[in-house]
Ligand binder design. Sequence first.
Ligand code: AMP
Ligand code: GLY
Length: 421
Amino acid sequence: MKILVVGSGGREHALCWAFAKNPDRKIYCADGNAGIAEIAECIDIKPTQIEKLADFAETEKIDLTFVGGESALALGIVDEFEKRGLKIIGPNKQASMLEASKAFAKNFMSRYLIPTAKYQVANSIEEAKAIVKSNFFGKSKIVIKADGLAAGKGVIVTDGKEEALEAINQLQSIAGQEATQKIILEERLIGKEISQILFCDGDNFVLMPPVRDHKRLLDGDKGPNTGGMGTIADWNLLTDEQREEIVENIVKPTLQGCKKEGLKFKGVLFLGLMLTEEGAKVLEYNVRFGDPETQVILPLLETDIFGISEAIANESLRNLEVRWSRSSAVCVVLASKGYPQNPQVGACIYGVEDVAKTKDIFVFHAGTKRNEKGKLVTAGGRVLGITAIAENIEKAIQKAYQSVEKIRFEGMQFRRDIGAT
Ligand code: AMP
Ligand code: GLY
């Protein structure tokens, strides 16, 4: 059995690890990192080179391809593979619009009465400014968003009209011209954030454990936004009532809406939610696993990910019992000096081998590589994710930080309060 995982970060390491639990499988990863290279054959094709990936899958007779990130999905990797009769897990290009265009996603939510922040879509900077100056948002504060994919840099949360006008001026230079053809203005919601991710086969779905991400660089949710500095997965992050409300008001109407519009959603759907006083509201859809959400979800998954992937592909999720551990998981991200603005790379990493041998600890590599002497060095902004699982969140936090203390590299940054907020 040959599996291809597309991507190179901590999420993809966790995916390769989950597939590699069965030693009879040969795992390939495009294009991987030093940790992935220990369990998979890394191939030198970028996730955006979708035709080359399909050529590879054809030549190597890959049985199943699983896509990690949004860039390949938005380019239509699923359409390309399916055109050639290759089995691949992920939504097609059209369904990926739920992530690739925030205007598309907001209009979709509004058509299906899915709870989300009040919004307007502007087609120019001038129009966006006029909306800020109007009374559309009343007393609410405003969030300014780029329409397109912007690698986590497309959202500016503001504290007042002046700041919102300034944010509109800056958005293009931060998120790039391509992503800012349209600008979304949203009412700023207040509450706790939750990532609720699910497997979907177009009709049926399976909820994963809820996750809290910690997006800011520094303790106490201070400093710049990042791709995510740590996560916790814990069933108690949502009450049963909240879970039910999310299923009824958000998950079901989303999947029904997709079906109605011919966007069969097969793959992993990620709901970025704000738990407000009025109930859960959608901040964003992602059409893939989260990073570093995956690093706390997959260690809790007891059912084989290959079986789940097959059920998604065959549209038979309904017949599969997906089992999860009731334990809690914590992932602490170790980042390079200068991350997120200007990460420095090439620092030697010490202590990983010992930590990786610890029971209930998982070391997921993100930006790592081997230098010419074979030494493990940093190669990106987020370097490692250290995941611990335990019977409750407090114990998992303690275990994760005990391991973090054993790892070091020059300029290593991490938050000391993952799970505390
Ligand atoms: P997004 O990429 O849309 O998830 O936005 C990135 C982050 O911006 C989210 O995780 C939230 O912390 C924040 N955010 C986005 N939209 C809103 C909103 N309407 N109200 C408050 N915060 C928001
Ligand atoms: N951790 C947030 C994301 O993957 O989009």
